[in-house]
Design a protein around this ligand. Structure first.
Ligand SMILES: *[C@@H]1O[C@H](CO)[C@@H](O)[C@H](O)[C@H]1NC(C)=O
Length: 182
């Protein structure tokens, strides 16, 4: 009996394996490889990973997975969002891809954009949930209120920065003039 081989293990010392056994596999019969621990396949070409690589990762060598973008960790079991998730967003696998899942008041790929449900008008910018930063001359939750630095008179209405809409018979920049009626 051949030496160094377990009982029931048929080993032909003249066996030829073509292509050759890979990863320290042993050619035991013509074109039959006995694979080293951690490898499998006709020529022991495939590495085995235990636990298996998750999320579409490829087993490079025993215990070493190559992970697709968005996944990491020894077994590709960790989801990683490039640049992280802001404002309480959570990095989760959504349809096989890493995504930030944002709290209701934030949006964007990193949850970096606040949501202002009321809208920000007249060039205002939503800077925090429900908070608009308004340009000069505008105020209010949605930047919807014009500011006239000197108040409109005689029932006139401030309709845009420093612009009054006057009630007849008044006119002028601040509705301070009364039209002469002949
Ligand atoms: C293995 O193959 C060689 C030629 O490649 C042949 O001479 C030999 O007889 C084969 N051995 C067996 C057990 O079939």
């Amino acid at each position: 009996a051949p030496r160094g081989v377990a009982v029931g293990f048929v080993f032909d010392p003249n066996a030829k394996c073509e292509p050759a056994c890979k990863h320290a596999g042993v050619c035991i019969r013509n074109n039959t490889c006995f694979c080293a621990k951690g490898y499998e396949g006709e020529t022991c070409q495939h590495a085995n990973c235990f636990p298996k690589c998750k999320n579409g990762g490829a087993c490079l060598r025993p215990g070493k997975c190559r992970c697709p973008p968005g996944f990491g960790g020894r077994y590709c079991h960790k989801v990683t969002c490039d640049g992280g998730c802001w404002n309480g967003g959570e990095c989760l696998a959504v349809n096989g891809a890493a995504r930030c899942v944002c709290p209701s008041s934030w949006t964007g790929s990193k949850c970096q954009h606040a949501i202002c449900p009321q809208g920000c008008r007249n060039g205002g910018v939503c800077v925090a949930p429900g908070i608009c930063s308004c340009p000069d001359g505008w105020l209010g939750g949605a930047c919807h209120t014009a500011v006239c630095s000197r108040a409109c008179m005689n029932g006139g209405k401030c309709i845009s920065p420093n612009k009054c809409r006057c009630r007849p018979p008044f006119s002028g920049p601040r509705c301070g003039d009364r039209k002469r009626i002949h």
